[in-house]
Structures are given as structure tokens and as C-alpha cells.
Design a protein around this ligand. Structure first.
Ligand SMILES: NC(=O)c1ccc[n+]([C@@H]2O[C@H](COP(=O)([O-])OP(=O)(O)OC[C@H]3O[C@@H](n4cnc5c(N)ncnc54)[C@H](O)[C@@H]3O)[C@@H](O)[C@H]2O)c1
Length: 708
């Protein structure tokens, strides 16, 4: 007899029988075959490791099956153990649970693995090509069973997808503590990940994938929108065609802000922005790549920001998925037909998103050959994972690449590096004619430099800025603005609409008395939340994101808590954020790339952050190696908090969100970032008990003279 959803969860891994084998579904977007990295002895170990999830009586049947998976896919996913029920975020009351908090975590896990949301759902990969939630389906089943049976006096401990077990704790402790990919630093090269993952002992949790906080591409649409909008403003402030009066004078007076961003320059530009805020970027051309998990947000963001965008995507399945979801307006498989369409769209000056279904290098080279003026350029192929399917080299079909990757990894690596050299050469030609190119946090600059592309200036720095150096760092993170998000556990769209409304009210109230330094950020976010419902951003659970500072996040969360208490909201709400935030992530080429005191290669901030969140009321916390820019390149952490209208929830909101934002502001202020200094002094003035060490400013001339 078929089990119900609840029965199947409670059964965990059945002890006495095998579930029915699941057919391999060719309609699903599957992870590429991983490289064959294990020695013969290590393969024995991988199988032994996999079988320890199952009673001995089943081993004779499972061993050959798992051996075949390892051979065919390079990993043991245990496909047979995929559940038979449909995976999606059900309303919280539908889960078998003794703890509401645990039920909310189940809902978040279900949402991550929803086929509409996850990139390779059957391989438990949520986004970014290798961003895993679990390593195999046995781990999934055990975790769901633990969550279904645990109480609020227990904590589930997660080691890279593997549930170590339930440990006694107390109601204010996190229900789940997640670590992903934490390894001894000397063993943090990409091949180490391949080996540990194939052995079944570690995983790449990306950011929100391994921390149950992915909400589909909406999560990134907002960040991408404000990035594209502010990049466009930079170009407008620079280009006399677009600006007039004060803004132009300031832009002219600036040194080349494309290359030398400093907090001071960015503030000058920000001051100039009110004049240009109303200017429209209509007819601006934005060219980029990737219609995958997060990169799929680019065309939508381009439309919201009001530009013409062209996004290359080599995988027709990924392109088609975004087209069907309405995230991109037009798919074009041929450059001959796309080029005149681009010219027409630019002349039309109406926002539209075009996709080229092909290799981005072919697109860049053609644009340069045709001498088409590109205003903004970027890239979101998964270059944090260049050798295992994150970046497909020009000159090879998708299938040829996949085959080469598995059968001849050395040749594949060479092809990727040659492709990157051509990629950069074409971008350089367009940049020489005025295109503003920025790295979008996918390790494009880093991997291109490693490939020997012409991407470095004489002093060894990159020719192009990262979006954090120029935009997100000085304008957002330093002031505490980051990607706050929430999910309505009733899964009722009416609840989401009410939370949008409450957030808008709160932000409107705060904006009325906000200082000039953050007025623009507040205004952009109010506009975003006003439009959010209309833009139909939900894919999967009833979730919303907006950028807010500490005051905004706290006041919005308290307003939700009140609405849950008095019944206006029909269920609890999960609060969280992307790891890509003020305090959560130490990443020298991304989140902390605008830290200039030499500390950007340290990871104290991210580690402190997750520890502090853990004892201030987070329902779950996570800390990861890797994420965004690659294994060994970043430490990032996040949290989830279930609020249920109680006084305990209000206390957790006040205490934990405060730390979660101000930890990073304090560090950024110590690094001498002006915006952060302003923000932390403002916070100290209104918060008794906060006493942050502030830097004295040394005179560099004095130092240079002393050292001369
Ligand atoms: N900084 C940020 O806020 C931010 C936001 C989003 C993504 N990222 C980074 O961007 C990257 C992409 O993320 P994702 O979740 O979309 O990954 P993804 O793997 O889901 O998508 C990348 C897409 O690029 C396509 N692609 C690869 N090589 C190509 C080529 N040569 N030409 C055309 N298309 C090609 C792939 O087919 C894939 O669909 C990651 O490295 C991620 O960390 C950063």
C-alpha cells in the first residue's frame, strides 16, 4: 500500500525493504558527470561510507547499484531513496512534527528541492552547479525523520549534509546547526572538494543551498536590480549624453571611478545621484551570461531597471526554463538574427530581455566585430566551479564539453582557459569603447587572470572592478543594507501580500526621517516592494526579499510578529537572508572586496557572526566553506529564524538581528570605511550597551616620510 506523505517521512530509511527503484527522468536537468577522481582503494571507501546508512541485510543489493552510480555519475546519489511524494513547500501544518520550528525547517528544505526551484533536483543540487543541500537521498530521509520527531529541547547537528544526530539542548538554542565544506585550510583546493564529495564526507553548500534558505531566483532579482540600476547610474553620471548640471560636474571632477573606487568617490557620486535618479536608462544595453539558478535573474532585473539586456546561455534547457517562467522575453538561437534585433531594441528604447542560446564568447566577439555600443557588461557563468561544468568553453557543444570534462579533464581545463582568454579579449575591445564592465561575484576576474587573460593592469590589480567594490560595498553593506528575506509558512499568497504591505509601511515610516546618506537606498527599496507583487517574483514558496538595514529588518520583523500574534497573518514566518550580506561573508574578491586594511583574507567576521547568531535566538545557523566564488575562496554563514507571534520571538528578533548586522558594520568601520563609520556611530548613539572600537586616522604622508 502506498504510504502517505507523513508516513513516508516518519519511516525515514526503511530497515527491512528497499524502496522501489526510481527511473532516471530525462526531462529533469541533471548534474553533469563528476570527474573520476578516486583511487581504487578510495572507491572501496566511498562504497563503505555509503552503505553505513543501511542495515547489513540490504548491502548485497545496494552495493552494485551504488558502484554503478559512482562509475556513471562520479557520485553516489542513492537515487532509489528519492521519496515518492512530490517535493514542494507545503503549509506548515501538513508536516508531521512535534516542533513548529522543525516543521518550518522541513518546509524550507522542501522548497529548496522543489523541481521548479532547484537546478539539479535529483542530485540534490540547488544552484550554482554544485551547491548541494545533501549529498545523497539517505541523508535527506534521515534529516526529515529527525525533524519530524525532534522537540524544542533538542538540536540537530549537520555535517555537510550528514545528520550527526539529535543532541539535548534547550528552547532558546538553535534547532539545527549546519556546517558545510569545513575542511582543514591546506585541503581546500577544488580537487579536494571533488575527492571528499565523492567519498561522501563533505559537500559544497554554496550559500543558501546548504542552509535551507534558497527562495529561487527572486532572491537574487532584487540584488541584481539594484546592481544594474546603480551601474547604469554610474554610466549616466559619467556620460554627458545622459547627465546635466551638478551630476556631470561631479562626474567630470572624479578620477576614473570605474577603476579606483573609494568610499569618498562613491559618496560624491551618491550625492550627485538625486539629480540623475529620475533619468531613465532607456536604450542602455546590458550584456551578460547565464540563465541558471541565480543568473536567471539578470533579464528580469534588466527589465525592472529599464534597460535592454542580452544574456547568453549555452544550455537550451536552462534557457527554456527561464523563458517558460517569464523571466526572459525572447530566445534567439542565431547570432545573425539576434544582432539586428539588438539594434532595433536599443533604438526602441524600451526595456526588453533577449537571450542568446549559445556560447557567450561567440556573442561578445560578434558584438565587438559589429561595433555595437554596449553600455554595461558582466558575466554570471559559474566560474567559481570552472572545471566541473560551471563554464563551457567556446568552440565545443554542450555535450562535447560534458564528455571532455569527464573523460579528459586536463584538455577540458585547457579549453576553458583558452576560452577565457578570448572572452576577456572581446570584452577589452568593447570596454575600450566605453563599456562599463564589472565582475558579478562569480570569480570571473580571478579565473581569467589564472588563465593568463589580459585582465591585469601593470600594478597587478584587475582592469575591472567587482560590483561590491564599486556598488554594493560602499552604497549598501557599509551602511548595513543587505538581502533580508522572509517566507510565509501558511504558503498563502494573501499572507505574502500582507507582509509586503507591512514592510512598505515600516520602510515609509523610517524613510521619512532617514539621514541623507541612506535616503536613496530607502527609496529604491520602497519602490521595489511596491512593485514586488506586480512583478510576480514567486517561484516556489511564498517568499519575499528586500534590502534593509538593521533598523529596517528589525522593525519589519516586529511588525510581522505582531500580525501573527493578532491573527492578521495566518501562520508563522521564517526570517533569513542570503549569506551575501554585510556581516555573514568573508570573501576577498566579493563581499569583502571593499575592505582595504589588509584584512580581507581573514574570516573572523563570518565565524563570529554565526556564533553570535547561534546564542541570540536563531532557529538554525550555518557556516560554509565555498559559496559564490569557490571552494577555499570564501567563508560564509547565515541563519533562519521562525517567528510565531510570541514574546520570545520578539526578543530573538531584537537581539539577533542587531548582532547579525552590526557585527559587519563594526568590522567595516574598523577597516576605515566611511559609510560604516557613519552607520556604527549612529547605532552607538541610539543603543545603550554598544561600544565599538573606532579607528584613528593616520596621515599616510607622515608614514611614507617616516619610512622613506
Ligand atoms: N554576487 C552575487 O550576488 C551573485 C549572484 C548570482 C550569482 N553569482 C555567481 O554567479 C554564478 C552563476 O550562478 P548560478 O546560480 O546562476 O549558476 P548556474 O550554474 O545555475 O548558472 C550558470 C549558467 O551559465 C551557463 N554557462 C556556462 N558557461 C557558459 C558559456 N560559456 N556561455 C553561455 N552560458 C554559459 C550554464 O549553462 C548555466 O546555466 C555563480 O558563480 C554564482 O556564485 C553571484
Amino acid at each position: 500500500m502506498n504510504q502517505t506523505f507523513k508516513e513516508e517521512i516518519l519511516a525515514g530509511i526503511p530497515a527491512d525493504k528497499l524502496p522501489e527503484a526510481k527511473p532516471y527522468d530525462p526531462e529533469i536537468n541533471h548534474a553533469p558527470k563528476r570527474k573520476d577522481i578516486l583511487s581504487a582503494d578510495e572507491k572501496v571507501l566511498a562504497l563503505k561510507n555509503a552503505l553505513r546508512y543501511f542495515p547489513e541485510a540490504l548491502h548485497a543489493q545496494l552495493a552494485p547499484e551504488f558502484a554503478a552510480e559512482l562509475k556513471t555519475y562520479g557520485r553516489i546519489y542513492m537515487y532509489r531513496y528519492r521519496p515518492s511524494y512530490k517535493i514542494y513547500a507545503r503549509p506548515i501544518d501538513e508536516y508531521p512534527a512535534r516542533s513548529k520550528q522543525a516543521a518550518a525547517i522541513m518546509a524550507m528544505i522542501q522548497n529548496n528541492l522543489d523541481e521548479r526551484v532547484a537546478q539539479h533536483p535529483h542530485e540534490l543540487i540547488i544552484y550554482g552547479g554544485n551547491g548541494a543541500i545533501f549529498q545523497n537521498w539517505a541523508q535527506y530521509r534521515l534529516v526529515m525523520q529527525y525533524l519530524a520527531t525532534m522537540t524544542d529541547e533538542q538540536t540537530l547537528v549537520m555535517y555537510s549534509g550528514h545528520p550527526l544526530g539529535l543532541f539535548p539542548s534547550h528552547k532558546d538554542a538553535p534547532r539545527v546547526i549546519v556546517t558545510n565544506g569545513m575542511v582543514i585550510p591546506n585541503y581546500s583546493k577544488p580537487d579536494d572538494w571533488e575527492r571528499f564529495n565523492a567519498l561522501g564526507v563533505s559537500q559544497y553548500g554554496q550559500m543558501t543551498a546548504g542552509s535551507y534558505m534558497y527562495i529561487g531566483p527572486q532572491g537574487i532579482v532584487h540584488g541584481t536590480t539594484i546592481t544594474v540600476m546603480n551601474a547604469a547610474r554610474k554610466v549616466m553620471a559619467k556620460d554627458s549624453q545622459y547627465v546635466s548640471g551638478r551630476a556631470k560636474k561631479i562626474a567630470d571632477a572624479l578620477p576614473d571611478t570605474y577603476r579606483e573606487s573609494s568610499a569618498k568617490n562613491d559618496k560624491k557620486i551618491a550625492d550627485a545621484l538625486p539629480d540623475t535618479h529620475c533619468e531613465s536608462p532607456a536604450g542602455m544595453l546590458f550584456v551578460t551570461a547565464g540563465l541558471g539558478g541565480m543568473s536567471g535573474a539578470q533579464p528580469k532585473a534588466g527589465n525592472i531597471a529599464g534597460v535592454v539586456s542580452v544574456t547568453a546561455e549555452i544550455n537550451p534547457k536552462a534557457a527554456e526554463k527561464r523563458f517558460q517562467q517569464g523571466w526572459v522575453d525572447e530566445l534567439h538561437p542565431s547570432l545573425d538574427e539576434l544582432i539586428p534585433r539588438i539594434r532595433l531594441a536599443v533604438a526602441d528604447k524600451k526595456p526588453v530581455s533577449l537571450a542568446y542560446v549559445g556560447n557567450v564568447v561567440d556573442l561578445w566577439e560578434r558584438l565587438a566585430d559589429e561595433d555595437i555600443h554596449v553600455d554595461l557588461g558582466s558575466d554570471q557563468t559559474s566560474l567559481h566551479n570552472p572545471w566541473a561544468g560551471g563554464y563551457y568553453p567556446v568552440g565545443y557543444s554542450l555535450e562535447e564539453s560534458k564528455r571532455m570534462m569527464a573523460e579528459n579533464p586536463a584538455a577540458f581545463k585547457e579549453a576553458v582557459q583558452a576560452s577565457l582568454r578570448r572572452h576577456v579579449a572581446a570584452i577589452n575591445r568593447l570596454a575600450a569603447k566605453g563599456m562599463y564592465f564589472f565582475d558579478y561575484g562569480n570569480a570571473f576576474l580571478l579565473e581569467s587572470s589564472r588563465a593568463g587573460a589580459d585582465i591585469l593592469r601593470e600594478d597587478g590589480s584587475f582592469r575591472y572592478p567587482s560590483y561590491v567594490q564599486d556598488i554594493m560595498g560602499p552604497m549598501y553593506f557599509d551602511y548595513g543594507f543587505g538581502p533580508f528575506r522572509w517566507v510565509c509558512m501558511s504558503e498563502d499568497p494573501e499572507d505574502l501580500a500582507l507582509t509586503d504591505h507591512l514592510a512598505m509601511e515600516v520602510l515609509g515610516r523610517i524613510a521619512a526621517s532617514a539621514p541623507a546618506e541612506i535616503a536613496g537606498q530607502m527609496r529604491d527599496n520602497i519602490r521595489w516592494i511596491e512593485e514586488a507583487g506586480r512583478n510576480k517574483l514567486v517561484v516556489g514558496s511564498q517568499a519575499r526579499i528586500l534590502y534593509a538595514d538593521c533598523e529596517g529588518r528589525t522593525q519589519i520583523a516586529l511588525a510581522f510578529n505582531e500580525a501573527i500574534r493578532d491573527g492578521r497573518l495566518k501562520g508563522p514566518v521564517v526570517l533569513g537572508r542570503d549569506h551575501h550580506d554585510v556581516s555573514g561573508t568573508d570573501s576577498p574578491f566579493r563581499e569583502t572586496s571593499n575592505i582595504y586594511d589588509g584584512s580581507r583574507f581573514t574570516a573572523d567576521m563570518a565565524v563570529q557572526n554565526v556564533i553570535g547568531d547561534g546564542f541570540r535566538g536563531a532557529t538554525w545557523v550555518s557556516i560554509h566553506n565555498g559559496g559564490g566564488v569557490g571552494w577555499g575562496e570564501v567563508i560564509n554563514g547565515g541563519f533562519g529564524m521562525v517567528i510565531d507571534g510570541s514574546e520570545d520571538s520578539a526578543r530573538h528578533i531584537r537581539e539577533m538581528l542587531f548582532w547579525d548586522v552590526n557585527n559587519g558594520i563594526a568590522r567595516r568601520s574598523w577597516a576605515r570605511n566611511e559609510g560604516a563609520r557613519f552607520a556604527i556611530e549612529r547605532e552607538m548613539a541610539r543603543t545603550p550597551g554598544l561600544k565599538v572600537t573606532l579607528p584613528h586616522q593616520a596621515d599616510e604622508n607622515l608614514i611614507r616620510k617616516t619610512l622613506a
